[in-house]
Design a protein around this ligand. Sequence first.
Ligand code: CO
Length: 500
Amino acid sequence: MRDEMRRLIELDRERTLFTHIGAILGWDQETYMPEKAIEERAEQLALIEGYTHEKAVLPEIRDLLAALEADAGLSETEKAYLRVARREFDREIKLPSTLVTELARRTSLSQAAWVQARKENDFGKFAPHLQTMVDLNREMAQALRPGTEQPYDALLDLYEIGSTEDGVAAVFADMERELVKILVKIESRPPVEDAFLRRKVSAAAQARMSDYFMGAIGFDRGRGRLDTTAHPFTTTLGRDDIRITTRYLEDYFPSSVFSTIHEGGHALYEMGIDPGAEFRNTRLADAASMAIHESQSRLWENIIGRSAPFWRKHYPSIKAMAEGALDDIGQEAFLKGVNKVEPSLIRTEADEVTYGLHVIARFDLEAALISGSLAVADLPEAWNKKMKDLLGLDVPNDAVGCLQDIHWSMGSFGYFPSYALGNLYAAQFWDAMKAELPGLEDMIAAGDVSQARAWLAAKVHKPGTSYLPEELVQKVTGAPLDASHFTRYLDEKYAAIYGY
Ligand code: CO
């Protein structure tokens, strides 16, 4: 390896160290930090963000990139690394340090205001912060693509490289049509009974369940841990320190069970990234994209975690841990209950069919906020109208309406579509995995997910950012992204559950 490459990697690793230190501060803010520390924490995070950004735009990096790009003798991995390093350098150099620091500081305050506003069901408390987030995101879009008239495209590209509002809208239009068709078939059948899922199960019992499922999917407790937050998430504090969170609702234990499996899927991805020791803790060891990340969490949560084979193995254990709440409920009834399809207000609790409709609503609304066609003050009303149009629901208050998601409070605009794209990738990976691993569902029914985990690690996790998302799906499945894997998966699953 050339000296210039070694030096580039060294600088990249220093930047990664700052990223991970920032993640520690962020994780602590969400989990254990006392309330009054927020102002100071915002300053700490802004400082770290500033250093991280400085590390990413050193003039020396520009010179190293130029020298290496002129070299015809690089290995395939080196070329892949150089491609990612170039892309990220070009992106970061366009963002002024003042904007990066301001965004970090304001985001901390905005998130804290959102938590409070949601608790008190007071959109007015959050609105000025949301306005700041919208303004700073527009500024960011202009910095990334000077003079652009499609600022939302510049933001989408941050999460799913190369995606555009028009492109996503087209995929979503197809998906919406298919989802509505499946929903109509389901609604023609008698509803599934799931009231028993609302029986009280203590937080302590749910914590034992979460621990059980971390074990069941093969979460390496030596390289991560689980804590509780208002909104479950996964964060990487280091290559060997992947934190996940969940929340315990005593009147709805499936929330913690499935969010732990979901975040566990994200963690397995982070734990599986390994583009080679030489590129450890560089940008080549990042996730391929947010949608690929979401494909991993949703594959574990839904495709595996809500399947009949999975519960054949695990239902007796959960029943024993449920403090009597499931004593009169059989495995078949439980499986149907956790797969009940019914339009509901909360995205994170939505079933696999209506989930996509929630994402479409947020995509439409955030695109309108960024373009300016929707004013922040009009968001609650616009939100409520979307819920009525897409899901047929009346929203009783903003806490379960436009205040429910953390993303906009974090200044993440352009992230939501990744959730729905993740479902599409997940179903396509699953079909490829089933074809290559005969007896996969029997193994899952026997409680053995080691081959599934190893397949995902080798095919999807290991390369990190070596491939663009579109290249990765082609390489892993032999075909470009195709939504029919997902809709066929849903149709077959719900035909069995609802008997249509
Ligand atoms: Co997720």
